[in-house]
Design a protein around this ligand. Structure first.
Ligand code: SF4
Length: 361
């Protein structure tokens, strides 16, 4: 990380810094008062997620958790509640864990050394570099998806990003391109270039500040680079979810295990088959019908598979009890919702139930 930049790489950085002054993004919420904490939260939220989607989540998160201490002291449910709908919930769990770690091991102050930052849960090499470069001007290279695409094209790096040798080459290029001065501006500039100009489909080479030296453009190969990852076959997963509804409008939810899909979030109880759901209803819920009624399916796309949920509606009489008081189970009231992390399709299902007056609130 201390290599001196080569002349070509210096030109690359200088062109980007100059371009950013005129065309870069300067008014994003995390660009105001750039503390390590604020940059950290933005970098995590921006992983796999567009800026426009992130902004309202970021604003709400900062309002509720303005500093590390507040985040560390909050219940995980509060954090997941504000993350609901943003997806990739391991990010939220790691943020919370990292905040507690900073509170316990670093006196509540965001660590200053690269090594200490990179050791925090959910922070890898690129994110640690981005936080320290953007908030403190530390000279650290970054290699997020956008930067990978820009460097792959500009320097015509062949091979898939799943290949370790390719990644190492890109890290070396990123290091060479990272200037000694104005690192914060350069880092923002290269990320912005990837997000707004050198985009995945149809890059705007005509407006690109480094088009004169871009090997891919000169060879007319912008659309071939970076080399695509080998395609994976997409799976479909079918599940059944029990929508058990009490007379007072409560809907039965259970917290999912920490590991796996929607880890730590609250969800309708899930079953592999309708028969398993019916067995659960008979054993656990008072006054419920022998066979719950299937409702319209809900589909949700994850990165590598599609989830198809068949909700099964079962009204319970009286005040059906919580089946297992020790389990992570609760009755959720649509009219007075608790602050819980709910996956987007479950929120949708609960709204549907309430809207159809199936939930008698
Ligand atoms: S010239 Fe085109 S392909 Fe090359 S870096 Fe710029 S936008 Fe990307």
């Amino acid at each position: 990380m201390t290599a001196r930049p080569r002349a070509g790489a210096r030109g690359f950085a200088a062109s980007l810094i100059d371009w950013h002054a005129r065309h870069g993004r300067h008014d994003l919420p995390w660009q105001r008062r750039r503390t390590a904490y604020r940059v950290w939260i933005s970098e995590i939220m921006l992983q796999q997620t567009q800026v426009a989607t992130v902004i309202p989540y970021y604003e709400r998160f900062m309002q509720r958790f303005p500093d590390i201490g507040t985040l560390a002291a909050a219940p995980l449910d509060d954090v997941l509640h504000l993350w609901s709908g943003l997806g990739y919930y391991a990010r939220a769990r790691n943020l919370h864990r990292a905040a507690m770690c900073i509170a316990e091991q670093h006196g509540g102050r965001f660590p200053r050394s690269f090594e200490a930052v990179a050791e925090l849960p959910g922070i890898g090499r690129s994110t640690a570099g981005a936080i320290l470069a953007l908030s403190r001007g530390g000279r650290f290279p970054i290699l997020d998806g956008n930067v990978r695409r820009v460097l792959s094209r500009h320097f015509a790096v062949e091979g898939s990003a799943s290949d370790r040798a390719v990644i190492e080459k890109l890290w070396a290029l990123s290091d060479e391109c990272t200037p000694a001065d104005h690192v914060d501006v350069y880092t923002q500039a290269v990320m912005d270039l990837g997000a707004t100009v050198c985009v995945r489909r149809n890059p705007s080479c005509a407006t690109c500040p480094v088009s004169a030296t871009c090997v891919a453009r000169l060879a007319g190969r912008q659309h071939e680079l970076p080399s695509p990852r080998p395609a994976r076959t997409r799976r479909q997963r079918q599940v059944f979810m029990l929508a058990a509804v009490r007379e007072d409008g409560g809907v039965l939810l259970e917290r999912r295990p920490e590991k796996g899909v929607w880890g730590g979030l609250w969800c309708l109880p899930e079953f592999a088959s309708a028969a398993q759901a019916a067995y659960y209803v008979r054993r656990m819920l008072q006054g419920a019908p022998a066979r719950p009624v299937p409702l319209e399916t809900v589909e949700h796309a994850f990165t590598h598979f599609d989830l198809v949920i068949t909700p099964l509606l079962a009204h319970c009489s009286g005040s059906a009890g919580v089946p297992d008081p020790a389990a992570q189970i609760r009755w959720y009231r649509a009219r007075a919702p608790a602050r819980l992390g709910l996956p987007a399709p479950i929120r949708l299902l609960l709204e549907r139930l309430a809207g159809a007056a199936a939930v008698q609130v």
